[in-house]
Design a protein around this ligand. Structure first.
Ligand code: FMN
Length: 196
């Protein structure tokens, strides 16, 4: 397993080859078996593929245009826009993108009590575990993935288009690749770990 953890890379070049239903189910099952607070299993997975990709792309583009006009939740982060445009193209090329929801999540515009915030933080940790499980399971089957945080540039548009209850936490684009990716360096463990 440590091998898969070390070798998984974020993939930004996808071939159009489809992912079989069987492989997709195995990837989703890996997400299903992640740990969660009090076994709440807050995750929901929305599979976008085929014709539905068009709606996803339109929502992403509308969100990016809105941000470029200085509107929306990430209007204050225009420096990240070029990277988000790149991510949108990668998503469009990928044969499958999973949207991972927190079914109990609250809107980013909503104020939260400390207890609600802790509840949400706990759910989000579990959802992160589910996403990583899926990325590793995919990698193990020779399928690459890209974890997308840039979807938040189109937070309102994607939410409206997907029309699901809860909050979008991330998207995971999946597909085959033939372009190898060099590993990005990691900070030395000495910098990350302290012992008491
Ligand atoms: C929460 C999260 C959001 C991310 N969002 C994006 C994204 O929107 N676009 C992108 O190209 N990469 C995105 N990444 C991938 C990171 O850039 C990548 O994991 C990091 O640079 C390390 O590279 P590696 O995954 O190949 O080891 C995201 C990763 C995480 C965990």
């Amino acid at each position: 397993m440590i091998e898969a953890i070390r070798q998984r890379r974020s993939i930004r070049f996808f071939l159009p080859d489809p992912i079989s239903d069987e492989n997709l189910r195995e990837i989703l099952t890996a997400g299903q078996w992640a740990p969660s607070p009090k076994n709440r299993q807050p995750w929901r997975f929305i599979v976008v593929r085929g014709e539905a990709k068009r709606g996803m792309d339109e929502a992403m583009k509308a969100g990016l245009e809105k941000t470029a006009r200085g509107e929306g939740p990430l209007a204050g982060r225009p420096e990240y826009l070029p990277n988000a445009v790149y991510t949108q193209r990668v998503m469009q090329a990928a044969p499958v993108t999973l949207f991972i929801y927190d079914s109990e999540g609250r809107s980013v515009y909503e104020p939260m009590s400390p207890a609600d915030r802790i509840h949400e933080m706990s759910n989000v940790q579990a959802i992160g575990a589910a996403i990583q499980n899926m990325a590793l399971a995919a990698w193990d089957m020779g399928i690459g993935s890209l974890w997308n945080g840039n979807i938040f540039f189109a937070y309102d548009e994607l939410k409206e288009w997907l029309g699901e209850p809860g909050e979008i936490i991330a998207a995971l684009s999946l597909g085959y690749t033939r372009r190898p990716v060099c590993p990005l360096p990691r900070k030395p463990l000495e910098e990350l770990v302290s012992f008491k």
